[in-house]
Design a binder for this molecule. Structure first.
Ligand SMILES: Cc1cc2nc3c(=O)[nH]c(=O)nc-3n(C[C@H](O)[C@H](O)[C@H](O)COP(=O)(O)OP(=O)(O)OC[C@H]3O[C@@H](n4cnc5c(N)ncnc54)[C@H](O)[C@@H]3O)c2cc1C
Length: 469
């Protein structure tokens, strides 16, 4: 679609709406907003505006809708599917000034928060009141809660506590045409027609811009136990995952890491970690709760299941510092891989018991196309992040053959009953694979929803559905 360019007159109106100091057009200032964490992709917006309230967002959207200018909302810019990239130029609306925690309501166990609050800042504020907001993506130190909602994000604790979908009660949203709505009610349930709150979650900034958020909080578990299991093969570790649940334990985190990923983290972070010969894969397993005896009993069951599934060593983290070290290895894995090689990250999710088959298939596909991969992820949810490493692959093969390899990985994922993207969203880079899973009828329903919200197609065009814009 051919959108209009931002003219000097329109820029002047942006300045009137948001203030001259909140409108950026200089190339070097735009650089930060031209990329997120997706590979090395760069798309420059024509202008960045940093509004401070819903009314300003509304005026900006009305203006852009009237003049047919594309608009891309942006949170912390940590996305891994290119969803915040302004592929058609136009205006980028940065939500960084929406950084207030408006209210933590301890009576109702709810909080009202602006979308530009950094996730970890919010988690800590809630923890200070002895409450828990359990949605903790590994990027929690830099991503925004609004970006998390727009991506339907998860993290290590989804396995027990669920994704962000379980916690959002109500949203204030500015529609692409400028109207401001609330999507639901500040109640734990309601049955009043279509659930617009859930529709907004995971919509990747294509249906509206989220400007206020009401979330549910829960009480804080007092204790946890953290284990690290070492395995001789990836498949052994993957088999142990579903066995733990079948043994009657639901861990509060269950993460998979491949040896190569751990090696790269050690190198990247100069960590002291005893990486034993013959170990190819790890599971980080956490149980949490209020009763230590129950947790010890659960840890004992897990220990047994691990042994039965080929685990060669179980480390019980015995201090907060050791726990934090283990978590750091997992959280740093994405950046370590990125710093080591040109790579492509694909996000897959399968029913949990199919993980061994997925893992086996990925390595087989890699062999036939000549690429290596480093896998890690939220194994307890069946969610595996596959980092395809360029390594010694020729530029030509990387640029031409790789796409078919990725397609085969997604075909396998779908065959195993899974789908594309457990949590990183479709954005720009996975949309060409959407039809491997979803029929034209399904995709047309999605296109129809988009048209109802955004008849002119100005909001975050080029994302999610293939062949639109
Ligand atoms: C090291 C690392 C670890 C990660 N670990 C995890 C993980 O454990 N779990 C996980 O789920 N993800 C993870 N991610 C991916 C990423 O952090 C998440 O997708 C995160 O939710 C993105 O938030 P953000 O604020 O950075 O959003 P951005 O990347 O800025 O934007 C993401 C999408 O949200 C839209 N958007 C942003 N704000 C708004 C708003 N206010 N209204 C409407 N739309 C909006 C954008 O247009 C875009 O489509 C990780 C990324 C990195 C780099």
């Amino acid at each position: 679609m051919l959108y209009n360019k931002i003219t000097e007159e329109i820029l002047e109106q942006f300045r009137n709406i948001a203030g001259i100091e909140n409108v950026l057009i200089e190339h070097d200032l735009l650089e930060k907003y031209a990329h997120d964490e997706t590979e090395d992709l760069h798309y420059y917006p024509e202008a960045v505006v940093k509004p401070a309230n819903s009314e300003q967002v509304s005026l900006l959207l009305k203006l852009c809708n009237e003049h047919f200018i594309p608009v891309t909302p942006r949170g912390g810019g940590t996305g891994l599917s290119g969803a915040a990239l302004p592929v058609h130029g136009g205006l980028l609306i940065s939500m960084e000034k929406f950084n207030k925690i408006i209210d933590i309501d301890e009576r109702n166990l709810q909080a009202t928060v602006e979308p530009g609050v950094i996730t970890e800042v919010f988690m800590n504020a809630v923890a200070d009141k002895n409450l828990l907001y359990p949605v903790d993506p590994s990027s929690k130190g830099t991503c925004f809660i609004g970006g998390n909602i727009a991506h339907g994000s998860g993290g290590p604790r989804v396995v027990k506590y669920g994704t962000i979908r379980e916690y959002v009660l109500n949203l204030e949203v500015v529609l692409p045409t400028g109207e401001i709505i609330w999507t639901g009610a500040n109640t734990l349930k309601y049955a009043s027609g279509y659930n617009l709150t859930q529709l907004m979650i995971g919509s990747e900034g294509t249906l509206g811009i989220i400007t206020k958020i009401v979330v549910k909080l829960i009480s804080r578990p007092l204790h946890n136990i953290l284990l690290l299991g070492s395995f001789p093969t990836n498949e052994d570790a993957c088999k142990a995952v579903s066995a733990i649940f079948r043994a009657g334990v639901t861990p509060s985190a269950l993460e998979f890491m491949e040896r190569r990923g751990v090696e790269w983290v050690i190198e990247f972070d100069h960590l002291q970690f005893d990486l034993k010969d013959g170990v190819e894969a790890f599971l980080i397993i956490e149980v949490d709760g209020t009763n230590m005896d129950t947790l010890f009993a659960e840890a004992e069951i897990i220990n047994q299941v691990l042994e039965e599934n080929g685990c060669t060593d179980v480390l019980f983290a015995d201090s907060s510092a050791q726990k934090e070290e283990l978590w750091k290895i997992r959280r740093t894995m994405a950046v370590s891989v990125k710093s080591n090689s040109v790579y492509k990250e694909e996000d897959t999710v399968v029913p949990r018991a199919e993980l061994p088959a997925l893992m086996h298939g990925i390595k087989q596909i890699g062999k036939s196309y000549g690429f290596q991969s480093v896998c890690y992820g939220h194994a307890g949810d069946g969610n595996l992040h596959i980092n395809i490493i360029k390594g010694s692959m020729s530029d030509e093969d990387w640029n031409t053959k790789l796409k078919s390899g990725i397609q085969e990985i997604f075909e396998l994922t779908v065959k195993l009953g899974g789908t594309l993207s457990g949590e990183h969203g479709i954005g720009l880079v996975q949309r060409e694979f959407m039809s491997l899973k979803y029929s034209e009828i399904h995709l047309n329903l999605m296109r129809g929803i988009k048209e109802v919200f955004d008849p002119k197609g100005i909001l975050n065009p080029g994302k999610i559905t293939p062949d639109v814009n």
